[in-house]
Ligand binder design. Structure first.
Ligand SMILES: [Mg+2]
Length: 278
């Protein structure tokens, strides 16, 4: 799979998805549904069309005479692309932050991860593109993380827990967590895309983040590598990353901290909510 230019593939997907969002720029047009995806959520027409773009680009590079791969995607589920034994898994969330996209709130993302096996520890490439700020976060295992192709800020100042991001922010889920953070965190932010919020931790924009409820592997697979490669700490449902499976049926709470010593308090807050490990 090393022969594939993954970042080039992801950037081609971004360019095509961007055109789609320009063409469909109204809330009414973005709120057309078409049934339920394999991930369990109601599917928007645009979720499906964004996923189609990813699969079309994957089909151009996978399959004879090239390698094949198992695609794990929010709408289609698990699909083998190409014939023969699949050499890798490609974990796809065609739109992370579908509600933002639907309501024309700018922050939503494309998340793609490539893994040599079936666990979060096997992820070797992660890519998150934020269509709001038009920013690209990426990482290669062992080679560090990048923002728009360049290195992250080296050694940014430590602000303790000045800004913490919360995802899956249903009021009744986050209420108890917020109460626990009282007096310990200066400000909260709710972006609405797990992949973007985790990438913000990687970039030291946020000091930490957590999801109030379990999310799917597709939401976190790419960003968890980006955080780890940036030197941050990640918690995936309390599991060793080698035991956190990438399949669509897996559900995890996720949390991340720019400074590993801050992760404990964030996990305490997360545990105060109704979140259960799936
Ligand atoms: Mg999605």
């Amino acid at each position: 799979m090393d022969s594939i230019d993954w970042i080039g593939l992801c950037r081609r997907v971004v360019a095509r998805q961007r055109e789609l969002f320009v063409t469909s720029s109204a809330i009414a047009g973005r709120t057309e549904y078409e049934g339920r995806g394999e991930g369990g959520d109601m599917s928007l027409v645009l979720d499906r069309r964004c996923e189609d773009i990813v699969f079309e680009e994957l089909e151009r590079v996978l399959g004879p005479p090239g390698p094949s791969a198992i695609a794990v995607s929010e709408e289609r589920g698990e699909v083998t692309i190409g014939s023969g034994e699949a050499a890798a898994r490609v974990i796809i969330d065609p739109i992370d932050g579908s509600m933002n996209m639907r309501r024309t709130i700018p922050s939503h993302s494309l998340s793609i991860a490539v893994a040599g096996g079936d666990s979060m520890a096997d992820v070797s490439f992660g890519f998150v593109h934020d269509f709001g700020a038009d920013e690209e976060f990426a990482a290669r295992a062992g080679a560090g993380a990048t923002l728009d192709g360049g290195p992250f800020e080296l050694d940014p100042p430590d602000h303790g827990l000045e800004v913490v991001g919360i995802e899956s922010a249903e009021p009744s889920w986050i209420g108890p967590a917020i109460a626990l953070l009282e007096g310990r965190v200066y400000r909260l932010r709710v972006v609405g895309s797990i992949a973007i919020t985790m990438s913000y931790v990687a970039a030291a924009r946020f000091d930490a983040m957590f999801s109030a409820r379990p999310c799917r592997s597709v939401d976190a697979a790419a960003a968890q590598l980006i955080v780890r490669e940036a030197g941050g700490a990640v918690d995936i449902g309390g599991l060793d990353p080698a035991d956190a499976r990438l399949g669509l049926d897996a559900r995890y709470t996720v949390a991340a901290a720019r400074r590993p010593l801050n992760l404990e308090l964030i996990l305490e807050a997360q545990a105060a909510g109704p979140a259960v490990h799936g």
